[in-house]
Design a protein around this ligand. Structure first.
Ligand SMILES: [Zn+2]
Length: 255
């Protein structure tokens, strides 16, 4: 009798393992077909999100927004993105917006910011500029995002293997790129001070050190050149944080 029960348990375990493998393959195949536009997604599988309202935005704290972005990034790295009711959200957000955060990101095509944090229409402001540098226009944009539109969190998002950072290390001079790279040069100098070893763009460790330093430098620039944002941060109305996006994993490490 015991042998029969044991055999039954073994058979059931084998069935569960095989069916979970099948499900995984099926899910991977389905998401690939959805991506290719071959498979239509049933309405029931679409995530119904409403665009954030003014009240909902007002109730959020900077820490809560940071948690939402961290959770969204985890979902992105697990390839757990959802199909959204985008057209409905486009219409809802047509006349107003109450985004929860403002992200300053590099121009790099390999860093799809909304996807990286699993956010949709009306969720986040994104300012993109090569090397995620800070200038007057970016500061004005951030002041608009936080002071006028109520965003609770600023994230300066650097990334691995950044071409702008490498060009600043190499002291590239070309057209308007020269002036742009001059805003990354202070980070190169600061990183070089504390770095023993090869200080060229051929050394990924040094590039990484400059990238982090560049994020810190951008945050300092925001605090020192925008009295509006500095005051909001001092009052606890917003938080300003840095992060680095990892190319191979899609993970954002908040600094
Ligand atoms: Zn970059």
């Amino acid at each position: 009798m015991k042998k029969i029960i044991l055999f039954g348990v073994l058979l059931l375990s084998l069935f569960l393992v095989v069916s979970s493998c099948k499900d995984k393959v099926k899910t991977e195949k389905s998401s690939e077909l959805i991506k290719q536009g071959v498979l239509e997604v049933p309405d029931s599988a679409v995530l119904i999100n409403t665009v954030l309202s003014a009240d909902e935005q007002a109730r959020l704290t900077p820490d809560a927004v940071l948690e939402i972005l961290q959770k969204g990034n985890k979902e992105f790295t697990e390839d757990n993105l959802t199909v959204r009711n985008n057209l409905q959200r486009v219409r809802e957000a047509a006349l107003s917006q109450y985004p929860k955060a403002a992200i300053v990101s590099c121009l790099d095509s390999r860093v799809p910011v909304e996807d990286v944090f699993h956010r949709g229409i009306g969720d986040i402001f994104v300012a993109r500029v090569a090397g995620n540098i800070i200038n007057e226009d970016i500061l004005g944009s951030l002041e608009f995002a936080c002071k006028v539109s109520g965003a609770k969190l600023i994230v300066v998002l650097g990334h691995e293997h950044c071409g702008a950072v490498k060009s600043a290390i190499d002291d590239v001079k070309l057209g308007n790129i020269t002036a742009m790279l001059s805003k990354i040069r202070p980070a190169v100098a600061a990183a070089a001070k504390n770095y023993d070893g090869d200080k060229t763009s051929d050394n990924p460790k040094f590039v990484e050190a400059v990238c982090s330093q560049n994020v810190d430098h951008a945050i300092n620039e925001i605090r020192s050149k925008s009295s509006i944002l500095k005051e909001m941060e001092d009052k606890g109305e917003i938080k300003i944080v840095g992060g680095v996006y990892h190319m191979e994993t899609g993970k954002v490490d908040f600094l």
